[in-house]
Ligand binder design. Structure first.
Ligand code: PLP
Length: 377
């Protein structure tokens, strides 16, 4: 069904992936709990064994595909987590002797992946996201991995420019679109071969499930990713897949409010003397603003900034009432953390990543300003 091809994001989201209506059946069919399916005779047809396929995944995969590339024929493969989706692309494509280019400032588990790739004889090159620095290390690469905006530094690179350069080198391109979600940016439209995400974040948005996906146009690339899922067994449970589909119906409402809140917070933080290194791609004074404005559909709900030191940052987090001190981002409840507590990210001790939820904007801004006042003592 694609009557929503030309529709707005909200209209598309509430209908995405729904099967044709059947009298007396629910609009969104419930989760199918099945390890195996009745399968007399030849083992053909869509549903055979629960590690290969499940009707609840099928609906979710169609829904995500409609958001990633409205009106286009794309294939989506859902996974048990974002890391499972990332691993599927990297490990289904790369062989010993290949070269892969990763962002040097991306999600903090990428260095763990790099160690694994290295152990398999794959050369890993890294360069920062900002300034399109990955361009300088593309020569002879098999795969380019982009994360824009990057997590947690919120730098943005020119995806189309990097894609063109990578394709000229014969490399495929994957974009980790976790931070933006397809409502914020459509990597396939920008030329990428894979749009990959942790759907644990803004896609599902309630902080209650882990999930990931890979979407691509090319059926043979998708088949390899699907085969990897079967081999690795990194499959989502039907309940998680169903909850994810249910959550997608509200994605436009959630993301829209998160973006409004993030911009309001960035503007408020910009007026504070104790705040340095403020980043939000939607802030007109941000270095990424011109590029983000050309490339993105929405700027996302994450803001980052630095307080004078670790103690100051901890007092701030402690004083917040409407913002949970928690990792992750993209949820309906605002959250923030001192990113340096994990080690691994090259950030100052007072660096805060703040994820705007869907609270009323005035309440949220007031809470953050009050916590900043309290932390300044
Ligand atoms: N990609 C990015 C940008 C992330 O921030 C995360 C998690 O924080 C992941 C991938 C991994 O996702 P998951 O935790 O669902 O495995």
């Amino acid at each position: 069904m694609n009557s929503t091809t030309d529709a707005g994001d909200g209209t598309r989201a509430v209908r995405a992936g729904l099967p044709e209506p059947v009298k007396y059946e629910p609009t969104l069919p419930g989760p199918v709990f099945a390890a195996h399916f009745h399968l007399p005779g030849e083992p053909t047809g869509p549903y055979t064994y629960g590690r290969d396929t499940n009707p609840t995944w099928t609906h979710l995969e169609r829904a995500i595909g409609e958001l990633e590339a409205p009106g286009e024929s794309v294939e989506t493969v859902v996974f048990a987590s974002g890391m499972a989706a990332i691993s599927a692309v990297l490990f289904s494509r790369l062989r010993a002797g290949d070269t892969v280019v990763l962002p040097g400032d991306g999600y903090q588990a990428l260095p763990l992946i790099a160690e694994q790739l290295d152990a398999y004889g794959i050369e890993v090159r890294t360069a920062p996201t900002g300034g399109d620095a990955q361009l300088s290390v593309l020569r002879g690469a098999r795969l380019l991995w982009i994360e824009s905006p990057s997590n947690p530094g919120l730098d943005v690179c020119d995806i189309r420019r990097l894609v063109d350069a990578a394709h000229a080198e014969g490399a495929l391109v994957a974009v980790d679109n976790t931070l933006a979600t397809p409502l914020g940016q459509r990597p396939l439209e920008l030329g990428a071969d894979f749009s990959v995400a942790s759907d644990t974040k803004g896609m599902t948005g309630h902080g209650d499930i882990l999930l990931g996906h890979v979407t691509c146009r090319d059926a043979s690339l998708a088949a390899d990713v699907r085969r990897w899922r079967k081999v690795a067994g990194a499959i989502p449970g039907p309940m998680e897949a169903w909850l994810a589909h249910r959550s997608l119906a509200t994605i436009q409402l959630r993301i829209e409010r998160q973006c409004v809140n993030a911009l309001a917070l960035a503007q408020a933080l910009g007026g504070r003397g104790e705040v340095t290194g403020l980043r939000y791609p939607g802030l007109p004074t941000d270095p990424s603003y011109p590029l983000a404005t050309r490339q993105m559909r929405r700027y996302g709900g994450v803001v980052s900034f630095t307080l004078p030191d670790r103690g100051h940052a901890e007092r701030f987090l402690d004083a917040l009432r409407l913002v949970d001190d928690a990792t992750s981002f993209g949820g309906v409840r605002s959250s923030a953390e001192r990113r340096g507590r994990w080690g691994g990210d090259a950030v100052p001790e007072g660096f805060i990543r703040l994820s705007a939820g869907v609270e009323d904007t005035d309440d949220l801004v007031a809470d953050v300003l009050r916590a900043l006042d309290g932390a300044a003592r």
